[in-house]
Design a protein around this ligand. Structure first.
Ligand SMILES: *[C@@H]1O[C@H](CO)[C@@H](O)[C@H](O)[C@H]1NC(C)=O
Ligand SMILES: *[C@@H]1O[C@H](CO)[C@@H](O)[C@H](O)[C@H]1NC(C)=O
Ligand SMILES: [Zn+2]
Length: 591
């Protein structure tokens, strides 16, 4: 009888320890890590039973914890231990493949629109009207059902710069007999203008209303606020179709090593859909959603919710406001007129008083405020809106202390007057930058802005580095591939061609390039901080979400030209593999 009762008494602490371990009670791991304790067989067994351990050729953690680890354990979807494997033989170590970096985050993208683009006509890279038309014809031949009043043909990626600088017109979409009477709506490359068919035009009121902050440059094209003339007639995709868009987008992003993204403008109705879908098995992406009111630049607190799902897949605590339009269509609001259009200095979508009032209202309601600002006037008003809110929401604190707490952001932060650059650096306002916007805009930015403004104000990266900029792509406006974004940040050359606007390899204003480590932080720990997820995302350390990416080579060993073509081997989220590149080297890295 004695042995049984001994076993019984022994099993109680064992079971208790296992339960505590499984619940992830803080500090239990620390106790387990003590050299004296960790040598116990019991501890080893518990670890084996309740966690998975993975070892690789190298692991880059971006954490100040263990240096140069090669293994980590995962339990309950989080890293439970990061360590150097001292037990296994050198031969085993040498056989390991794969180099790990933390799971990648895109700090500014549009999830639903990305999926919608995947299901529409891709016009990116078209070099002529003829090419646009031929892609439309090709799409229509593969999607016979598209183009009706219920399901318009959608596309994105055209640029009038490729039509000899002439704006397109609606009749350009009467391509042939099959295109007569079709509903077609195509977004400009920067999604700040749409170009619609005759059939769509025939539905609109006549004469067309005059919209402040909007432009109708030709018959069939609507820019910025003028887009609102058309949107009420656009048949919104059903929730079923939207769910399909989301699934397609998530699948594609996982392939690129993306484990999380900041969704820069999600309507309350879409958030409801996200909440319904987020617990599905195939929702394998973390989303930090910025709420956008159904009516832009309003205070819709009744429909707003702040939330964190327990599995860390959906976080909402910010709101998106819009100060201006884009540079390509002369829509960004400038302090001085455009160099290549002296009659205009762009347009604000909202005046300074309203922007400050909205910022304050949302801040008081506890929201992080993220303002879209491209032109230097828009960026000035954004900084002013923040600085006037700090004393009200943080009485007794300095602007810098308040900003550290509330983490207000400027989305794009593209053209910033030196005075506001100085203010941002002093206060710590977070810029959310898209390196590929710089390389997409570099062919025409200097003609819009002139030499001096371009040099002092445009597309800062190195100058704003002390602010730990959040980096992103603005997908689907740009490709979602983060390695292309890193390449653009490192070289200021086009990730598509490898060249600068002069056709050379010097890079466009190369003094604003940044280094690889800073670029990687911009796509990992900086977006984590910008989403109040520091220590949880973008890093491999105990307690963080077990999200990682496996590469063939260590990132820092790639020469810059290989970087833009790099692909990922595997993507893991919450300790589950969500993508594995098909290929001959199918060796498992699990031990
Ligand atoms: C969500 O989690 C973040 C980070 O832990 C926290 O700052 C925030 O207050 C939480 N929000 C809600 C609504 O629980
Ligand atoms: C700013 O815009 C608001 C709302 O459109 C308007 O009521 C207000 O008069 C404007 N203020 C100024 C100073 O133009
Ligand atoms: Zn955007």
């Amino acid at each position: 009888m004695a042995p049984i009762s001994t076993l019984f008494w022994l099993s109680i602490p064992l079971i208790a320890a296992a339960i505590i371990y499984q619940l992830g009670v803080p500090n239990v791991e620390d106790i387990f890590d003590l050299p004296f304790v960790s040598s116990f067989l019991v501890v080893k067994i518990i670890r084996q039973a309740f966690s998975q351990t993975y070892c690789y050729a190298s692991v880059q953690t971006l954490s100040t914890g263990v240096s140069s680890p090669d293994c980590f354990s995962v339990s309950n979807g989080k890293f439970s231990r990061v360590f150097i494997d001292e037990t296994s033989f050198d031969v085993t170590k040498d056989a390991r493949t794969g180099h790990v970096i933390p799971g990648l985050w895109d700090g500014h993208g549009h999830l639903l629109q990305y999926g919608e683009l995947m299901n529409s006509v891709n016009l990116f890279g078209t070099k002529s009207m003829k090419e646009v038309q031929s892609r439309l014809v090709d799409y229509k031949s593969r999607h016979q059902e598209a183009g009706t009043s219920e399901e318009w043909i959608r596309g994105v990626g055209w640029d009038q710069a490729n039509f000899d600088g002439k704006w397109p017109v609606s009749s350009d979409l009467e391509i042939d007999k099959t295109f007569k009477d079709l509903y077609v709506m195509l977004d400009r490359v920067d999604v700040h203008c749409i170009w619609v068919s005759e059939k769509v035009l025939s539905q609109l009121p006549s004469p067309l209303p005059d919209i402040p902050g909007g432009e109708i440059p030709t018959k069939g094209v609507f820019c910025d606020n003028a887009i609102d003339v058309v949107t009420p007639y656009y048949p919104k995709p059903s929730n079923e179709r939207k769910a399909r868009f989301l699934r397609d987008a998530i699948f594609d992003l996982n392939k690129l090593g993306i484990v999380g993204m900041h969704d820069a403008g999600v309507f309350p109705s879409e958030l409801t859909l996200y909440k319904e879908l987020i617990s599905d098995e195939d929702w394998t992406l973390r989303v930090y959603a910025m709420l956008e009111c159904e009516t832009r630049n309003t205070f819709c607190l009744d429909e707003a919710v702040k939330l964190n799902t327990t599995d860390g897949k959906l976080h909402v605590s910010s709101v998106k406001l819009f100060a201006d339009g884009a540079l390509g269509s002369w829509g960004s609001a400038m302090i001085e007129p455009y160099t290549d259009k002296p009659s205009s200095s762009g347009s604000l979508l909202v005046n300074a008083t309203t922007l400050s009032k909205l910022t304050l209202d949302w801040a008081k309601a506890g929201f992080q405020v993220n303002i879209h600002a491209i032109g230097d006037l828009a960026n000035k008003l954004a900084v002013e809106a923040f600085t006037s809110a700090y004393p009200v929401i943080c009485p007794g604190l300095t602007a810098r202390e308040c900003q550290n707490k509330r983490r207000f952001r400027i989305e794009h932060a593209q053209i910033i007057h030196p005075d506001q650059q100085k203010q941002m650096l002093e206060i710590g306002i977070i810029p959310s930058i898209q390196p590929t916007h710089a390389t997409s805009d570099m062919p025409y930015a200097e003609s819009r802005l002139g030499k001096q403004r371009t040099e002092a104000e445009a597309y800062r990266m190195r100058s704003l580095l002390p602010l730990n900029p959040v980096l992103g792509s603005d997908f689907p406006v740009e490709p979602a591939n983060i390695f292309e974004g890193m390449y653009a940040a490192l070289t200021r050359r086009s990730p598509r061609t490898g060249l600068d606007p002069d056709g050379g390899t010097k890079g466009w204003y190369p003094e604003e390039t940044i280094g690889l480590e800073d670029a990687l932080k911009g796509f990992t720990i900086n977006p984590a901080y910008g989403a109040f997820l520091e220590g949880k995302a973008g890093v491999i350390e105990k307690g963080a979400y077990a999200d990682w990416v496996v590469l063939d080579e260590p990132l820092e060993s790639l020469d810059v030209e290989s970087l833009r073509k790099a692909t990922v081997k595997e993507t893991w989220i919450g300790g589950k593999r969500v993508y594995k590149r098909p290929g001959p080297d199918d060796l498992s890295s699990d031990i």
